[in-house]
Design a protein around this ligand. Structure first.
Ligand code: FAQ
Length: 331
């Protein structure tokens, strides 16, 4: 989707004050920054980090749901789930391509993921033992992803912002299919309702953690807001998600597992209980229930796919040589 020619591009931008001020003026004027534009190295690095981690999340995020493709309860459910998981793979590919425009290769990004240097979203380190987990992921995880990604459509970096437009349209379909699964279970037998409630109980708090640490602990937040990579802070987005999701749970008769959840008339939003940040950091640092399995699955796929990448490259080289020979013969 984007040019590969920028890989290894020189990033010596001569960052004096005048350069940084001129760059900030472009950001403040809401201009989009494009791959060949001069940019501060910190801006480039922040984007590579965020877009790379976002791409890894989409690809690792295929695993918990992929677990249910062969076991979906009907052909209709199977077709929708298969399409959803495939969409997530597509999102990963747009995002890797967007990151590549900043001079980093997909191989480098994958190596950083496998070595543990690059992160992926904490949420994908939780297991999916029941069918209701697939409903909960679509409803809550895709719901949280949309809340975070709609503002990214206005991110100052052009390729990332443009990739997000299609991604958000697809995430919206994913959220609805998840909510519809939950609604069906919540209106089903007692056992089905119990299964839906159990999935909500297990996914609610990890979904709130997806938005990242509190603003006071968010290392990159202020600078990313200034560069208009982020348009809202972690806590602002988390609050928007809670406010949008609580009425959805009430509508289908499920209970949010938070005794401190309460509507606050004055702020026009819900107050909610404390997040377990020890759990968050434990999961981010590799100690979640499924971290080991997720990385093992990615390593296996990367290693076993090596011959496909080699074959595709050899094929592309051959085609290029054939085209060049045909062009020479025609001249
Ligand atoms: N998990 O300073 P901040 C999806 C790290 S896509 C793990 O606040 P920032 C679709 C953070 O990287 C889900 N690590 O960082 C789908 C940083 O560490 P670093 C992914 C986390 O970047 C649905 C450190 O903590 N979405 O779900 C997490 O300003 C269903 C300090 O944090 C995106 O990636 C976390 N939850 O804000 C797929 C969206 N939170 O890098 C399949 C784009 C924070 O210095 C099925 N990303 N950290 O080593 C963003 O919007 C931002 O990067 C945030 C974090 C908001 C995630």
């Amino acid at each position: 989707m984007y040019s590969q020619g920028l890989i290894g591009a020189k990033t010596d931008t001569g960052e004096d004050e005048a350069f940084l001020a001129a760059f900030q003026a472009r950001i403040d004027a809401e201009e989009k920054i494009e791959p060949n534009d001069p940019m501060p190295d910190g801006y480039r690095k922040t984007l590579v980090r965020q877009i790379g981690q976002h791409a890894h999340s989409e690809i690792v995020g295929m695993l918990p749901e992929g677990n249910w493709i062969t076991r979906a309860p009907s052909l209709r459910r199977k077709a929708a789930l298969l399409a959803k998981v495939q969409d997530e793979g597509g999102h990963g590919l747009y995002l890797y391509s967007a990151a590549e425009t900043l001079g980093v290769s997909r191989e480098q990004m994958t190596e950083e993921l496998l070595s543990g240097k690059a992160k992926y979203s904490s949420i994908f380190n939780y297991p999916t033992p029941t069918w209701a987990d697939i409903g909960a992921i679509g409803w809550l995880v895709d719901g949280a992803a949309i809340m975070n990604q709609i503002p990214l459509c206005r991110c100052s970096y052009g390729p990332y912002a443009r990739a997000m437009i299609r991604v958000c349209k697809e995430e919206s379909f994913h959220q609805r299919q998840g909510y519809e699964i939950m609604m069906t279970l919540a209106r089903g037998s007692d056992d089905q309702k119990e299964m839906a409630q159990d999935a909500l109980d297990r996914w609610w708090w990890p979904s709130l953690m997806m938005f990242g640490p509190h603003d006071s602990e968010s290392q990159h937040g202020d600078q990313s807001m200034k560069w208009k990579i982020k348009r809202f802070t972690n806590d602002e987005l988390r609050q928007k998600f809670v406010d949008a999701t609580v009425p959805q749970a009430e509508f289908i008769g499920l209970k949010i597992p938070d005794p401190e959840l309460k509507w606050n008339e004055e702020k026009g939003g819900y107050d909610f209980g404390a997040i377990d940040w020890d759990e968050f950091w434990r999961v981010v640092k590799g100690g979640g229930p499924m971290n080991r399995q997720r990385i093992e699955a990615r390593r296996k796929a990367w290693e076993e796919g090596a011959w496909v990448r080699e074959a595709a490259l050899a094929h592309a080289e051959k085609r290029k040589a054939r085209r060049a020979a045909a062009k020479m013969a025609a001249e």
